[in-house]
Design a binder for this molecule. Structure first.
Ligand SMILES: NC(=O)c1ccc[n+]([C@@H]2O[C@H](COP(=O)([O-])OP(=O)(O)OC[C@H]3O[C@@H](n4cnc5c(N)ncnc54)[C@H](OP(=O)(O)O)[C@@H]3O)[C@@H](O)[C@H]2O)c1
Length: 282
């Protein structure tokens, strides 16, 4: 008899699953047999994406959860809905994120890039942690970017209030994803919940389309021809979420399924404390 698909019986949440890398990740994990929840801002678009994935071969089980994750009230409502709907949570894929060329404020008065790319996964993970811990072995996979290597955490101006650049804010938020994962892995040592982080590659998606820098639009039109497809970009997140090869591996950054160099972690605790203050989870 053929082996059962790898993720049968597992419950997975993929944030930002209506398009791009998140949708491809949701399709991959649903095809492996998981019940998958996806999130998006707009209820109709979120349900349409869930229905499109459900219609794919393999009869995948997919639920849509609508929430604006740039607002902390939205993240809290989303977590409550997921806890009500899923009796267990085996994998959380923190994929939601984006790039904004200009500085925008969220409903909480926070800078949008930092709030959505870093504080939303920070808060959602904290709100779902008990359910993940009750479902061990469980995994938390966060989608960062190679741009984190150009990032610097400006503790004196986390919100880019003094001097905003889209690229700087994005790189900072993606470095925050990596540092968050290292500190999370340290805090979860011995619990059976692992935390890994990855770069998906440069992928042809709607990334940055809402508020694009002019130069970026020109570069992107040409570069799109050479970019990975969303399915190719989802390969490493799916691998980290499901493969027995990475069972028990924690606190590592992956590119193309391979762990990469270890980074300095001296500021991770400081960033954790600042994030906990900003999300009232301290
Ligand atoms: N594309 C790349 O080359 C690349 C490279 C490195 C890293 N990444 C990372 O990969 C992740 C996914 O990027 P992508 O390229 O797939 O982006 P994308 O095509 O723009 O998809 C973004 C997803 O996030 C959702 N979303 C956006 N704002 C939201 C909000 N406020 N609340 C809830 N959901 C929201 C979108 O759903 P709705 O629009 O339906 O709300 C969509 O499902 C990001 O973390 C990005 O930093 C991407």
């Amino acid at each position: 008899m053929a082996d059962a698909p790898l993720m049968v019986g597992k419950f997975v949440l993929v944030t930002g699953g209506t398009g791009g890398i998140g949708k491809a990740t949701a399709i991959g994990l649903a095809t492996l047999g998981a019940r998958v929840g996806i999130t998006g801002r707009d209820p109709a678009r979120t349900e349409a994406a869930a229905a499109a994935i459900r219609a794919a071969p393999g009869n995948p089980a997919v639920d849509g959860f609508a929430a604006d994750m740039s607002a902390q009230a939205g993240v809290r409502r989303l977590a409550a809905q997921v806890l009500d709907t899923y009796p267990r949570l085996d994998v959380l894929v923190n994929n939601v994120g984006g790039f904004w060329a200009h500085r925008h404020l969220t409903a909480d008065g926070l800078e949008h890039t930092f709030a959505l790319n870093h504080l939303a996964p920070f808060l959602l993970t904290s709100l779902l942690l008990d359910r993940l811990t009750a479902s061990v072995p469980a995994r938390i996979v966060t989608v960062s970017s190679g741009a984190h290597a150009r990032g610097r955490i400006d503790f004196d101006d986390l919100q880019g209030a003094r001097d905003y650049s889209g690229q700087r804010a994005y790189s900072q938020s993606k470095l925050a994803n990596v540092m968050f994962t290292y500190e999370l892995a340290r805090r979860l040592e011995g619990t059976g919940v692992t935390a890994t982080v990855c770069h998906p590659g440069v992928v042809r998606t709607s990334f940055g389309a809402e508020d694009q820098a002019a130069y970026f639009a020109v570069i992107t039109r040409v570069a799109r021809l050479f970019m990975k497809t969303p399915a190719q970009g989802a390969d490493t997140p799916i691998y980290l979420a499901s493969s027995p090869e990475v069972e028990g591996i924690t606190g590592r950054y992956f590119v193309n399924r391979k762990p990469k160099a270890f980074y300095d972690t001296t500021a991770t605790a400081r960033l954790w404390q600042a994030s906990a203050r900003l999300t009232a989870t301290a």
